[in-house]
Design a protein around this ligand. Structure first.
Ligand code: FUB
Length: 360
C-alpha cells in the first residue's frame, strides 16, 4: 500500500533536511598540522636525519612580485635556509642563509627544491637553478656542516637537467639521484635527448603515449658526478603497462622521493596539476615501479612537494601548503605521521580534518 505524504509535512521536512546538509557541507575545515616555522616562507621540504637530529632542506619562498604563470616564474627564490629539530614536536631552528644565488657562478634565476646527502665527512647540497640562458640544471655545493654554509661547484653537474633532485642512499652505501619535473621544470624539453628551447611549455602533448618519466642515475663516490647513464623511472599500471600522458591523476609530474621499507623501494611523487601525492613500489632503485595509489589528498595551494623519513622508529611525511599566506608562491612546511600498513600500502592522509561546527 502506498503512503501519501501530506504537503504540509513535506514543507516541514524539506527545510530541515536542507539545513542539515548546509551545516555539514559548510563546516570549516581544520588543517591536519601546523606550519613548522612562521618567520619565513618555506616549501619543498627534503628531510634527513643526520647524527640523530632532523634537518629540513626547503626552498625559501619570497615575494618577488612576479605574476603567476604555468612556467612557475612566480617561484623566484634566491637563497636557502636550513632548518633543524631535535624532535618532531620540538622547536625549529632556522640556521640562516646556507647558500645564496649570487655565490653560484653559473646561476641565472630561480633556486628551486633542493636536497642534501652525506658521504665521508662532507654534506652535499643539491639544487636546481636556471642558468644564464634560462635552462634548469642541477648543481652541487659542499660543507662540513649539515647546515652550511655551502660552497657551490663552478659548473652544474655534467649531464644534469630539469629540477627537483632527490638523493637516496641505499643500505649498501650506493647513492642515486632521482630528478625531473614537467611544465615549468622543463623535463618535456629534454625528451629528444637535448634541450629544445621551442619545446612544449607543459608536457609531451601526446595523451595516448607513455607519460614522461622521472629520471634516476647513480652518483659516483665523490657525490659530485653522475655514474653511468640517466635512466627512466618507469611506473606501470595494474596491467603492467606504462602510465599514459593523459593519466593526470597518476602520472609523474615533479617532486620525487625514494624510501626503502621492508626491503621494497617506494617511489613517491607529485601529480602536479591534479595536486596529489602518489606512490609506486619496486624491487630495486631503478624500478620498474608498480603504481599503488595516492597517499596525500590535495593540500591548500597549487603545489605539494614532500619527503618521507624515519625518525626514532616512526615514519613521517613532510610537505607544504599555503596556510600562512593563502598565496601559491608563499608556502610553509609541515609534518605529519605516515603509516605503512601490514600489506605494505601507505595509509591515506587527508591534510584537512573535517569538523561538524554548526554554521551561524
Ligand atoms: O618550489 C618550486 C617548485 O615548485 C619545486 O621545484 C616544485 O617541486 C614545486 O614545489
Amino acid at each position: 500500500m502506498k503512503r501519501k505524504f501530506k504537503t504540509g509535512r513535506l514543507m516541514l521536512i524539506v527545510p530541515l533536511l536542507c539545513q542539515a546538509v548546509n551545516v555539514f557541507s559548510q563546516a570549516p575545515k581544520q588543517y591536519l598540522s601546523q606550519p613548522l616555522i612562521k618567520s619565513i616562507y618555506t616549501a619543498d621540504p627534503s628531510v634527513h636525519v643526520f647524527n640523530g637530529k632532523i634537518y629540513i632542506y626547503p626552498s625559501h619562498d619570497i615575494n618577488a612580485g612576479i605574476p603567476e604563470n604555468d612556467n612557475g616564474d612566480h617561484f623566484a627564490m634566491r637563497d636557502y635556509h636550513i632548518l633543524s629539530m631535535n624532535s618532531i614536536d620540538g622547536p625549529v631552528t632556522d640556521h640562516g642563509v646556507a647558500l645564496d644565488i649570487k655565490d653560484i657562478p653559473w646561476a641565472g634565476r630561480q633556486l628551486w627544491a633542493p636536497d642534501c646527502a652525506y658521504n665521508n665527512g662532507t654534506y652535499f647540497l643539491y639544487f636546481p637553478v636556471k642558468d644564464k640562458k634560462d635552462v634548469f640544471h642541477i648543481g652541487v655545493a659542499t660543507s662540513k656542516s649539515p647546515v652550511g654554509p655551502f660552497k657551490a661547484e663552478p659548473q652544474p653537474i655534467k649531464g644534469s637537467f630539469s629540477i627537483d633532485p632527490a638523493v637516496f642512499t641505499d643500505t649498501d652505501g650506493q647513492s642515486y639521484m632521482y630528478f625531473g619535473g614537467i611544465w615549468g621544470g622543463q623535463l618535456q624539453r629534454w625528451a629528444g635527448g637535448k634541450y629544445n628551447p621551442n619545446g612544449s611549455k607543459t608536457d609531451l602533448q601526446k595523451d595516448n603515449q607513455p607519460a614522461l618519466n622521472c629520471k634516476v642515475v647513480k652518483l659516483k663516490a665523490n657525490m659530485k658526478e653522475f655514474d653511468g647513464p640517466v635512466q627512466d623511472v618507469i611506473i606501470l599500471d595494474a596491467a603492467g603497462k606504462p602510465l599514459l600522458g593523459k593519466d593526470h591523476n597518476r602520472r609523474f609530474f615533479e617532486g620525487s622521493w625514494m624510501h626503502k621499507y621492508n626491503g621494497k623501494y617506494y617511489f613517491t611523487y607529485s601529480t602536479g596539476d591534479t595536486h596529489l601525492l602518489a606512490y609506486a613500489i619496486g624491487d630495486r632503485p631503478y624500478g620498474p615501479f608498480h603504481y599503488k595509489g595516492i597517499f596525500l589528498k590535495p593540500v591548500q595551494g597549487w603545489t605539494t612537494h614532500h619527503s618521507i623519513v624515519e625518525f626514532k622508529g616512526k615514519w613521517y611525511l613532510f610537505y607544504h601548503d599555503t596556510q600562512l599566506s593563502g598565496k601559491t608562491h608563499l608556502r610553509n612546511v609541515k609534518v605529519t605521521p605516515l603509516y605503512h600498513q601490514p600489506d605494505g600500502s601507505i595509509a591515506m592522509i587527508d591534510p584537512f580534518k573535517p569538523t561538524t561546527t554548526v554554521k551561524k
